[in-house]
Design a protein around this ligand. Sequence first.
Ligand SMILES: Nc1ncnc2c1ncn2[C@@H]1O[C@H](COP(=O)(O)OP(=O)(O)OP(=O)(O)O)[C@@H](O)[C@H]1O
Length: 245
Amino acid sequence: MARLKLENVSFSFGYKKILKDISFELNEGEVLSVVGPSGGGKTTLLRLCAGLLDRQEGWIENSFKSQAIAFQDPRLLPWKNVIDNISFGLKAKGMPTKERIERAEEIALKFDLEAEDFDKFPKELSGGMSQRVSFARALVTEPELLFLDEPFSALDIGLKRELQNHIIEMIAQKKITIFFITHDLMEAIRLSDKILLLEPDPGRIVKSYSFTLPQKERTDEWVYAQTAKLLADPYVIETFELEFK
Ligand SMILES: Nc1ncnc2c1ncn2[C@@H]1O[C@H](COP(=O)(O)OP(=O)(O)OP(=O)(O)O)[C@@H](O)[C@H]1O
């Protein structure tokens, strides 16, 4: 079974230690979130796991055969239209043009982009549409492992829920493994099998929480109740410095 496993991973930028002794395991089919305040090292951790930063101390094993990342900002190629942005990864894989355009159009429609938008360039898209394209681009190659770097944080509540529902559907079909970073506890509770709490300076995991209820069965009431429970947890209060707010 494929897995992402970290053992005692530490990382510094210059003399500043950003991450200290991070260990965890993410197994195939699971959704693991890392939650913590801004600046705590979540993006650094994701970049290390995705191989975008070189490991310094500790061990990282990633045996997934394919991966993709959706970022907070969509990072589309400005000179390519919607379909070419989405199908870029398929082109890199050598898929013939006709087939990759069909695949890109199919997933674009699934993410509620409309046929009339297919020829548009990123500058002609709203923030929400750009993020739909970004998700479609990440998922069109059917990656085994998906990294989500706060991709919902700039979206309005309706679109956020809509994109989350797409992800929840994929989780239900056991089609994907997800490593998700966010500062939004409620979002993490809605989507995750396991949450790791990352306390900053330097970033270290101080507690983990597991949820066994299938994501599709998580009602708003359930999510609110779990969030309230976690917000009363002394580890969460200290990590987010809630008593000072
Ligand atoms: N390339 C870099 N060079 C130097 N310092 C960096 C670099 N990237 C990040 N940092 C520092 O590392 C620390 C952790 O940043 P990181 O982006 O990983 O945190 P984060 O928890 O993802 O925060 P946010 O939620 O605000 O994105 C911050 O102090 C940041 O200034």
